[in-house]
Design a protein around this ligand. Structure first.
Ligand SMILES: Cc1cc2nc3c(=O)[nH]c(=O)nc-3n(C[C@H](O)[C@H](O)[C@H](O)COP(=O)(O)OP(=O)(O)OC[C@H]3O[C@@H](n4cnc5c(N)ncnc54)[C@H](O)[C@@H]3O)c2cc1C
Length: 395
């Protein structure tokens, strides 16, 4: 497709005049809006003149060429106040490396701006980056979005990557839409699975949809770059270097400070997060009673682990929200995850994709959690918890 007609749904009034004018039957009305079938459209442009509200436009060849020209997968890597990169940036770099290997000549670039970015760049090369664009400039010190958006947009406009990934952190969730809006491209938020079509470079962005009741795979065929945010802990940080050498390039144009001035910063103690836990003992409604949370916590203590829960346990007040795992809770990526009485609903599974080994205990041999588990125990959650505690206490 070298050009296509686009309908601006915010303008379209669903009058149907374009449908009547289309000799090739390429336009249909769906839910009160005109929908154009690009396979039937012969680009005669009659509909453009017919539309009374100017909703239809011909997307230029230049835009399509931009799409064909775009190359490479980029990652925006965020740093914390101490100048340490957040793990999600390394996770996304390793994922970008895996995706890029499916494509021909598809380099991975990381954008790393903040104090000591230059010093941290090599970590991203080890995680799979061919190139890291860095800047330690003071303008990035305060973590205000606007200079970051300026720098990211300038780099993208210059090099035209085909995809850009952001961590779905509070900062990433604020920055990515700003960049998408400025560049006029789409953004898929909170992806849990990413893949790529090796031929077209289409990023297959999968995320929960319709209240989390199904997983939708979203593609962005018309605009570049394709942009997605991914929650921390969905992918894994590589254990050994994926690559030894790469390019470290200084950001060419340092953006001016934005119009926003930081007056005061308050640090809130967040406590220990289950996101970083290496071992997690996790409980669902199948533990039967609130008193059994004591067993969950005891086993966690004996294993030096953190504890997690499914959402109903938070809703019932058996655990604090900070321990909830899943789509609307935390994503976790422990080495070992023990699941007691958790059914394995899609919204829960969305948060445990990064776990390396999963041991699940459930009375129902067909429970969906067993589909994700490495080891399956069909049995009573409380009984297995007690047996494990007893065993460990005898050690
Ligand atoms: C928009 C949206 C977002 C959501 N976000 C999340 C989220 O972030 N995290 C989340 O967890 N959920 C989330 N949910 C809820 C999710 O759909 C499920 O309802 C929830 O995960 C179920 O929790 P559960 O497995 O503990 O309970 P249940 O589905 O009730 O499952 C209990 C399991 O325990 C087993 N069982 C029963 N008795 C025993 C026993 N004695 N011993 C062992 N096993 C036993 C049963 O066989 C069953 O498999 C969300 C839902 C929506 C709509």
């Amino acid at each position: 497709m070298s050009a296509y007609i686009q309908n601006d749904l915010t303008k379209c009034v669903g009058c149907g005049l374009c449908q009547g004018s289309c000799a090739s039957g390429a336009i249909a009305l769906r839910d009160g809006k005109a929908v154009i079938d690009p396979d039937r459209c012969v680009l005669c442009r009659v509909c453009l003149d017919t539309c009374p509200v100017g909703a239809l436009t011909l997307e230029s060849d230049a835009q399509a060429e931009r799409t064909a020209d775009s190359r490479g997968i980029w990652v925006f890597a965020e740093m914390d106040n101490d100048g340490q990169p957040l793990p999600v940036g390394l996770e996304l770099t390793a994922k970008a490396f895996a995706l890029a290997r499916k494509r021909e000549s598809c380099p991975v670039t990381v954008l790393l701006f903040g104090p000591s970015a230059t010093r941290q760049a090599q970590r991203f090369i080890h995680a799979g980056a061919d190139r890291v664009i860095v800047s330690d400039a003071p303008v990035f010190r305060e973590g205000l979005e606007l200079p970051f958006a300026d720098a990211v947009c300038a780099c993208i406009r210059q090099d035209r990557p085909e995809a850009v990934l952001f961590g779905a952190t509070p900062f990433g969730r604020s920055l990515a839409p700003r960049v998408a809006a400025r560049l006029g491209c789409g953004l898929t938020a909170d992806c849990t699975v990413l893949d790529i079509d090796p031929e077209t470079g289409l990023l297959l962005q999968t995320r929960p949809a319709f209240g989390g009741n199904l997983m939708a795979t979203i593609t962005c065929p018309a605009r570049r770059p394709q942009m997605a945010t991914v929650r921390p802990g969905i992918f894994q940080t590589p254990e050994s270097p994926l690559r030894e050498t790469g390019e470290i390039e200084q950001l060419r144009e340092i953006p001016a400070p934005g119009p926003v001035e930081l007056l005061e910063k308050t640090l809130v103690e967040a406590g220990e997060s289950i996101r970083d836990a290496r071992v997690i003992v996790s409980a669902g409604r199948g533990i039967g009673a609130q008193k059994n949370m004591a067993l969950v916590k005891k086993l966690a203590e004996l294993l030096g682990a953190s504890y997690g829960v499914s959402r109903p346990l938070v809703d019932m007040g058996w655990a604090d929200y900070s321990h909830q795992i899943g789509q609307t809770g935390c994503s976790v990526a422990p080495d070992l995850l023990l699941c007691f009485g958790i059914s394995g609903a899609i919204q829960h599974l969305a948060g445990i994709g990064g776990a390396k080994t999963i041991i699940a205990v459930n009375t129902d041999p067909d429970a969906p959690i067993f589909g994700a588990a490495t080891y399956k125990i069909v049995g009573d959650a409380a009984a297995v918890l007690k047996a494990l505690i007893e065993h460990l206490q005898q050690q």
